[in-house]
Ligand binder design. Structure first.
Ligand code: A1EG2
Ligand code: FE2
Length: 312
């Protein structure tokens, strides 16, 4: 068993509403390096913890955690279409193992995944099918959320399963850090928006284009006084990265959902995927982690970070 981890932000505005060329180049360089490391590691399995943004999962039945044996990209924004390459039997075995660890997880034999999963797969591997990958979706965008300690337990269960395999495994977490894109809330929503949040699967191309235009417009004013959304919070982001790299993961058990939403934005909870990823790695033994990159990037609506770790 050999395990490596990468956690990084995603943003569908990359390429659609870019910051200055120097910042774009900086991030390109960081991602090229990360991708080269993945290529050199040559993983036999990827486990990707990802959020969903009302593309695959809706309030008609909103699960806290889902694992999939088959999944297809909805190709939102500029992401790749097509199926992921999921090892079906191994995903089923992992599901049973997680349940046996007293962690409830929903199972999908036909999941739709969005940029929250596919962007990172593409950035780190060049496609959606380069390596066998098992996606685990953690609800991070559609409140209410369970406590962070449950996410840590989920990660632990996954890590214990990975420790039983004799494989090179890459664990990925995608999303965060601080940010609040214009994702509507069900609470108080007018009927049309409520209907979308409850049962908005497979929107028309026009609806997708309108959503993309809304996000781009938000990116153009994000962080200014004209913007109603909670701004980026570099201090929160760096403290969170510090907690991970200093192996203080247990502290997430004290995280307060509402406080984080207020301090760093409602979508900051995508860091739940990072918590699960690190908990999985930590369950396999001691680890060493490093911060590869951080910058608060308003144009992308992203406290943008990249962190790597491996067994020590
Ligand atoms: O739900 C949507 O369509 C917007 C999603 C979105 C926007 C900006 C930064 C992100 O990280 C992100 O996920
Ligand atoms: Fe996101």
């Amino acid at each position: 068993m050999s395990i490596k981890l990468k956690c990084l932000s995603h943003t569908p505005l990359r390429g659609l509403n870019d910051p200055g060329a120097d910042v774009v180049r900086e991030v390109d360089t960081v991602l090229a390096q990360a991708r080269a490391e993945v290529e050199a590691f040559d993983p036999e399995l990827i486990v990707i913890f990802a959020p969903d943004h009302y593309n695959g999962l809706f309030y008609d039945l909103m699960p806290p955690f889902v694992i999939a044996t088959a999944a297809e990209s909805v190709a939102d924004y500029q992401t790749l279409p097509g199926p992921l390459s999921i090892p079906r039997d191994l995903a089923l075995e992992m599901t049973k193992f997680i349940l046996d660890q007293d962690v409830d997880i929903a199972l999908s034999h036909r999941l739709q995944v969005d940029h929250g999963c596919t962007q990172t797969l593409e950035e780190l591997t060049g496609s959606l099918t380069r390596y066998p990958a098992i996606p685990i979706i953690i609800n991070s965008v559609a409140p209410p959320f369970g406590p962070y300690r449950r996410v840590r337990k989920l990660g632990e269960a996954v890590g214990k399963f990975l420790a039983t395999l004799n494989k090179r495994v890459l664990i990925l977490g995608t999303g965060g850090l601080s940010h609040e894109p214009p994702v509507p809330l069900l609470s108080g929503a007018p009927d049309e928006i409520a209907n979308f949040l409850i049962a908005g699967r497979n929107p028309t191309p026009e609806a997708r284009a309108a959503r993309q235009a809304r996000t781009i417009a938000a990116g153009k004013i994000y962080g200014t006084e004209a913007c109603a959304q909670t701004p980026l919070n570099e201090e929160w982001d760096l403290a969170f990265i510090d907690l991970l790299t200093n192996r203080r993961l247990a502290e997430v058990d004290d995280f307060r959902i509402d406080e984080i939403s207020k301090a760093a934005g409602r979508s900051t909870h995508e860091v739940r995927t990072w918590v699960a990823a690190f908990a999985a790695l930590a369950a396999t033994g001691p680890y060493a982690a490093r911060k590869d990159y951080y910058r608060a990037i308003n144009e992308w609506i992203a406290g943008y970070g990249v962190v790597s770790a491996e067994q020590a």
